[in-house]
Design a protein. Structure first.
Length: 184
């Protein structure tokens, strides 16, 4: 029994040392390129290394739109100009629907809790203050109403997009999560 415990302790120590050495390699420039990079090097050490923390929101939005343009097999700039506004509306409305009232501070990066706004923020305040059940019920009802309004706006945006797409593009939009599946 003692031999088993000693062997487990030695194994744990080896795993801890190996893990620590990997962490040290990453923080000293051996992993993700955050330290020891020249000013000419992009954040993250290069393209497609997953360092999304330094990506401008406008660049992220452009990448999303470019991905949808390709996914919908749109090659004409004229066609994309007509469709892109409707795609953008679906994307932004979905983001608002899924965001759940989180503020615009990056969703809690940097160890900060995201600011809650709207009905969800009011519900959180009531719960934190240990408000009476009647008040919590009112806040819950307001949250349900707010979410329903956002869901209706999302459905309207999706239907507007569906109207301008070909049947093939509609299928591609469903597969890529832009539109819900609907019988033709």
């Amino acid at each position: 029994m003692n031999r088993l415990i000693k062997s487990m302790l030695v194994t744990s120590a080896i795993v801890a040392v190996l893990g620590l050495s990997q962490v040290m390699a990453q923080t000293t420039g051996g992993g993700n390129g955050r330290r020891n990079r020249t000013p000419q090097q992009p954040a993250g050490g290069g393209a497609n290394q997953g360092n999304r923390g330094n990506l401008d929101p406008a660049q992220m939005q452009q990448r999303i739109m470019d991905r949808y343009k390709g996914a919908l097999e749109i090659t004409s700039d004229e066609e994309w100009k007509a469709i892109s506004q409707l795609v953008e509306k679906v994307v932004s409305t979905r983001r608002e629907t899924m965001q759940g009232g989180r503020g615009q501070n990056g969703g809690g990066r940097g160890g900060q809790a995201p600011a809650l706004t709207g009905a969800i923020g009011e519900l959180k305040k009531a719960l934190d203050a240990k408000a009476p059940n009647a008040e919590i019920k009112v806040k819950l009802a307001a949250l349900v109403d707010e979410r329903q309004v956002k869901e209706v706006a999302l459905l309207q945006a999706q239907e507007s997009l569906r109207k301008v797409l070909s049947v093939r593009q509609e299928g591609l939009a469903v597969l890529n999560g832009l539109l819900p599946a609907k019988k033709p």
